[in-house]
Write a new protein. Structure first.
Length: 155
């Protein structure tokens, strides 16, 4: 079974930042490192769970120009999008919750390899993202939040 090395590495990096989950630097972000970790893990886990329960036969390739543009650029700009409610962290972020979400993400990532190529989830800006594109999406999204974490730590 092929390993998703980049996303595995990013989840490992998120986990390594957990000890500093309460750190915040308002010139970089209004949120804490814990918020960034929690949100990133919620996205990984909810996307994979949605892919598992999707109906691949109803997949339509409506991937937007914006999606193609950002996937080609290889990054998402800061401060331009708001996280949907279901992937926003709670008011109080607990270290134990971050640890259990890392464990769930590691399990879920292993599931990706066995999914139908047209399992998909609907992204609010990019349209349908199928299994073929989901690796790139999860990598870009997680990398985006890891950069924010690094900026919070270094300021």
């Amino acid at each position: 079974m092929k390993k998703n090395t980049l996303i595995d590495s990013y989840v490992n990096q998120l986990e390594n930042h957990i000890p500093k989950y309460q750190v915040k630097h308002s010139k970089v972000s209004q949120s804490t490192i814990g918020w960034q970790i929690d949100h990133s893990l919620k996205v990984i886990n909810s996307v994979i769970i949605t892919l598992q329960s999707s109906d691949p036969s109803s997949y339509k390739n409506n991937f937007s120009f914006l999606g193609k543009f950002f996937f080609t650029l290889g990054f998402f700009p800061r401060g331009k999008a708001r996280a949907p409610k279901y992937v926003r962290p709670p008011e109080t972020i607990l270290k134990e919750d971050l640890v259990s979400q890392v464990q769930l993400a590691n399990s879920n990532i292993k599931i990706l390899q066995g999914l139908d190529k047209n399992a998909f989830f609907k992204h609010p800006l990019f349209g349908n993202i199928n299994t073929r594109r989901v690796h790139r999406f999860l990598e870009l999204h997680t990398k985006h939040h890891l950069k924010i974490i690094e900026d919070i730590k270094s300021n």
